[in-house]
Design a protein around this ligand. Structure first.
Ligand SMILES: Nc1ncnc2c1ncn2[C@@H]1O[C@H](COP(=O)(O)OP(=O)(O)O)[C@@H](O)[C@H]1O
Ligand SMILES: [Mg+2]
Length: 394
């Protein structure tokens, strides 16, 4: 009991300091900084209540120069940039993919005429974003991805140039130099050997080079920022994407525990594909169009999709159990805390229910009040990053 009180008062103190720091300096609890801190918290809360209006970047449409803070989510599947626009959050997205074709004068004219997004590098044209998907389909090949398993690989030199080019289709240089930009980073993989250090520092340098003041936020934490303002930013944020699932246990806006597993939507596609002898891209299309986890599967593909979805959810919750039971960092939280699910892989009908079912079968050292799906699962991390950037802007 004494422990708990100590912990809580210590946390409260750290929270006050944090609020002070978010204001850029004065960490003492003077009346004035308290007022400003309240303002910041209010601003974050207001932003999190705003609905997201999402748009896929049209081919040929130029990128705008942002005025005000920016949230940026560079995921395995998509890159999403979010800005606050009056009564809503505006999110623009682009497919995080590329396709290379040999360089020639003639193909350059054709690409330009058709407003295909591309850039030149060595002897190739790099077709990027949604354009890459159309090209890959036309050649009946797979498009390529600069990010695999959630992380930029240090041995693929072209990855960064592709990401830079795609980000440049979404946002230009800031109108005011030094505008805060918060980008999403994954947690350290629980079951892999990859590290996020390289990924984070490369993006940090690139965004800084564009003229922003970069800060980073863990992906699960961004989900908490976006969805848990009414719960004092206390709960577990989960983003189930293509290459990774990211998890963060946040206590009063502190990311106490963060990690990732490199098992997510792409895993479901490839395992199902292997089981039924179909290409993963075809399975992905079927999954996104037809999968409903509340319905009895009617054929082999659906049966396999159900099996691997359940396995994914099981692996995710098993990892959560292992991480939470093997740490001494868990705050003794008196009330049960919510779990928020987000990301494209959390969107099929019945995902939340399957998650709840597996959750009932395992024992966690924290009590869970309920499982919720984020308001806009695909854009929650970018929205959370934007909110973080806004609190930096002061
Ligand atoms: N309607 C859907 N049903 C099932 N899976 C979906 C759906 N829409 C997207 N996905 C899956 O979500 C993943 C991409 O999610 P996203 O959050 O954009 O990922 P990332 O963070 O990796 O960019 C992919 O595996 C994709 O197949
Ligand atoms: Mg993501």
């Amino acid at each position: 009991m004494a422990d708990e009180r100590d912990f809580l008062s210590e946390q409260r103190e750290r929270f006050e300091t944090f609020k002070g720091q978010a204001l850029g300096g004065d960490t003492q609890s003077t009346g004035e900084s308290d007022e400003k801190a309240d303002e910041q918290i209010e601003k974050a809360k207001e932003a999190s209540e705003k609905p997201v209006m999402a748009e896929e970047k049209e081919i040929g449409e130029g990128a705008e120069s942002p005025k005000g803070p920016v949230g940026l989510d560079i995921g395995t599947s998509h890159i999403v940039a979010a800005q606050e626009k009056g009564t809503h959050i505006h999110a623009v997205k682009q497919l995080n993919a590329f396709f290379t074709v040999p360089k020639s004068k003639f193909s350059r004219s054709i690409l330009n005429k058709n407003q295909v997004m591309y850039y030149e590098r060595e002897n190739s044209f790099y077709v990027i974003g949604y354009s890459a998907e159309s090209f890959a389909n036309m050649f009946n090949m797979n498009n390529r991805k600069p990010i695999k398993g959630g992380l930029l690989s240090s041995d693929e030199e072209e990855g960064l140039s592709v990401i830079q080019a795609i980000v440049n289709t979404l946002i230009g240089k800031p109108r005011n130099f030094g505008e805060p930009l918060c980008f999403v980073i994954p947690g350290e993989p629980f079951d892999g050997r990859d590290s996020v250090v390289y990924h984070e520092s490369v993006i940090n340098r690139f965004v800084g080079g564009m003229g922003y003041s970069p800060i980073s936020i863990n992906e699960g934490m961004a989900v908490v920022m976006s969805e848990l303002s009414a719960d004092d930013y206390t709960g577990i944020g989960i983003s189930m994407g293509g290459g990774m699932c990211n998890v963060c246990l946040s206590y009063l806006s502190f990311p106490v525990i963060t990690y990732s597993i490199q098992t997510a939507g792409d895993y479901v596609d490839s395992m199902t594909g292997r089981a039924v002898g179909e290409p993963a891209t075809k399975i992905k299309g079927i999954k996104e169009q037809e999968l409903d986890l509340t319905k009895e599967p009617k054929d082999r593909i659906m049966t396999a999709l159900h099996i691997f979805y359940e396995e994914l959810i099981f692996r995710l919750l098993q990892s959560l159990q292992r991480v939470l039971t093997s740490t001494d960092k868990i705050p003794k939280i008196s009330n049960p805390i919510p779990i928020i699910l987000s990301g494209g892989t959390a969107t099929p009908n019945g995902c939340k229910e399957s998650f709840e079912k597996v959750l009932r079968s395992i024992k966690l050292p924290v009590e869970i009040s309920g499982v919720r799906l984020a308001g806009d699962p695909l854009n929650a991390p970018a929205k959370g990053a934007l909110i973080m950037a806004m609190t930096e802007a002061g």
